[in-house]
Design a protein around this ligand. Sequence first.
Ligand code: SAM
Length: 306
Amino acid sequence: MKKPLDFNFTRALARGHVSYDATVGTWWEHRSADDAHKRAYRHSAEHTRDSLRKAMKKNKISSPLIVDYACGGGHYLLELARLMPEARIVGLDGSKKLLALTAARCEAAGISATITTGEKAFVAGGPRVRLVRTNLPNFKLPAGKADAVAFVFPNIAPGPDDQPLYDRNGYLNRGDAAVAKMLARFREMDPEDEVTNEKPALLFDGYMTERVLARNIRKFLKPGGLWIKVDYANALRSELTELSQWRCLFAECALEAPIKGLQSELLFKLRDNVFRRSSVILDVYHQTKDPSDKTGGYFITEFGAV
Ligand SMILES: C[S@@+](CC[C@H](N)C(=O)[O-])C[C@H]1O[C@@H](n2cnc3c(N)ncnc32)[C@H](O)[C@@H]1O
C-alpha cells in the first residue's frame, strides 16, 4: 500500500473539489484525526463560541446560524455543535466522502444532521446540522443569512474549469488587481525576512483567488457578522513584518491601508488574532517539503463583516 506521503499534492489538488474524494482525502482523514488537530479544533470551536456569544448578546440573537465553509470530515463542526447547542450549522464541502463522514460523526454524537441541497440547508426548522456538497466558491447559495462563517485549515482547490467562476466574482476587479500587482512585486528590505520566493505572477494569482473566497464568505454573512479563520502560521499577525501583514490582509479583503495611494475593496475588518504552537503545521510541510514548515502552529483570526 502507498504511504500517505507518497503522492504529488500539486497534481492531486489540480483536480479541484473532487481531489478530497481520492488520495488527498485519505491523507487528510489521517492527519485531521490526530491529537494535535483534536486540540486545535477544540480551541477554535471554543474561540468561536465565545466570540459569537458576545455578538449574540449584543444583537439579541438566540439561535445563530453558522456556516462551516469547507467543513471536511466535520471535526471542528462537531466540537462547535456540542459547545453551542443553540446553533444551527450549515457545513459546505466538495467531498462526498468527507461529508458522509461528517454526517456519520454527527449521528454517532446524537446531533441531528442531514445531507441536503443548498436551498433547503438555509431554511429554519429541521435538523440542526445541514450538509451540502458543493464546489466552492458558490455564489448561488442564499446570501446574508449567517451570523458567523468559519473557515478552518483552508485548502480550497480550484478545479480545471473554475477560472471563469473566479473571473465573474472579483478576480478581474481592476482596482484590486492593481494593488495585487504591487504586493506581488514588493520584497522585504532585509532578504532574511522574505518568506516567499514565488514569482510575482503566481503570488498575484494566489491573492486574487483568495479574495474571491473571502468575497464568497462575506456574501453568506449578515452585516456585522463574524468570520473566524483558522490558518497555519508561524507567529501572531502583529509579529509579522508589515509586508507580510499587508499580504495576508489583502488576500482576506481586510486591508484598510492604501498601498501607494490605492485602496482595495474592504469587506472585513480585523478584530482579533491568537496564535498557538502546534504540530498541525506538519500538514503544510507534507505539501511543501520545506523544512521551515516543520515549526509553527496555527492562528485564529476574527474579522467583522463591513
Ligand atoms: C484541509 S481540508 C480542511 C477541512 C476542515 N475545515 C477541517 O479543518 O477539518 C480542506 C477541505 O476543503 C475542501 N475543498 C477543497 N477544495 C474544494 C472546492 N473547490 N470546493 C469545495 N470544497 C473544497 C476539501 O474537500 C476539504 O474538506
